[in-house]
Design a protein around this ligand. Structure first.
Ligand code: BT5
Length: 261
């Protein structure tokens, strides 16, 4: 993977500009910087290795040279998309799901709100970050990290949820650039759903653990258990508590895991 091969292979996606780094701190940091310098909607940053890849709320994302995919897109959401900024990260997860289906003929699932699971293990994480000037959104950065081959899987001590990689789960060798192209193609196509009433059903259709008993840990440390009922019209998670009452959780730092059987 390099600047030339990316430009050649992604040519027909009409991406306005691509920046490839052999090694960088974080493609999201690069994309945020580029957005402040005027990067156009759809501009793409790709790195072979990240030394400070980030997850949500200060967590780390590990990217291994030659084994992972790490990339970020600069989006300039239009007025309608501005109403659904929280949906960009599940949009990224759905695009990865589609690419997995196409490449490996396996069904992946979205662990609400935005992790991609294959066989109940995390193979991809998505991080959306926005840049504001006063009350005005300048750009939304959508960062996606995918574990492709075995060495991309972090040590267990680094993980809060079991992880795997596409090659181990799919039992085939995956070309990173071809897979990147499949994800980007799905992403650009699915983006039109953001402003339609088809987005929530499409997301809910791929929701992991639906109907199963799960545990949710809220930011203030409270743990709740119940059955995952689905999504509401805003994409919030509906949890049916053991008491029978339904509680709704906005997209935020809620940790979700299936209940031990
Ligand atoms: C995420 O956060 O899963 C979002 C990850 C987004 C990474 C991309 S890579 C390109 C772009 N540039 C960046 O700097 N970031 C984005 P979260 O849900 O908070 O999960 C983070 C947690 O996942 C960590 O605390 C670890 O437990 C676990 N983790 C870290 N690296 C992992 C990996 N390679 N595979 C599976 N799990 C991992």
């Amino acid at each position: 993977m390099d600047q030339n091969s990316l430009e050649k292979n992604l040519f027909d996606l009409h991406i306005p500009a691509i920046r490839y780094f052999h090694i960088t701190t974080s493609t999201n940091a690069d994309a945020l910087q580029w957005a402040s310098e005027g990067a156009l909607d759809g501009s793409l940053v790709v790195a072979d290795q990240q030394t400070a890849g980030r997850g949500r709320l200060g967590r780390k994302w590990i990217t291994t040279a030659g084994a992972s995919l790490a990339f970020s897109l600069v989006f300039r959401p239009n007025e309608e998309e501005n109403q659904h900024l929280a949906w960009f990260s599940p949009l990224g997860a759905l695009a990865v799901n589609q690419a997995i289906q196409e490449f490996c003929h396996l069904s992946a699932w979205v662990k609400w709100p935005n992790d991609v699971l294959l066989n109940r293990k995390k193979v991809c994480g998505v991080l959306a970050e926005s840049a504001w000037q006063n009350d005005c959104l300048i750009a939304l950065i959508l960062g996606i990290g995918i574990n492709i081959s075995t060495t991309s899987i972090p040590k267990e001590t680094e993980l809060i949820f079991p992880a795997s990689c596409l090659e181990d789960e799919c039992g085939m060798i995956i070309d990173r650039e071809r897979f990147l192209k499949a994800v980007l193609t799905s992403l650009f196509n699915l983006r039109t759903l953001l402003v339609s009433n088809e987005f929530i059903p499409a997301w809910e259709n791929r929701l992991a653990f639906k109907g199963e008993n799960i545990c949710l840990e809220t930011p203030n440390g409270e743990t709740l258990s119940g059955s995952l009922a689905g999504l509401d019209v805003c994409g919030n998670l509906r949890l049916k508590l053991d008491s029978g009452i339904e509680k709704v959780f906005p997209i935020g730092d809620v940790k979700l895991r299936p209940q031990e059987k």
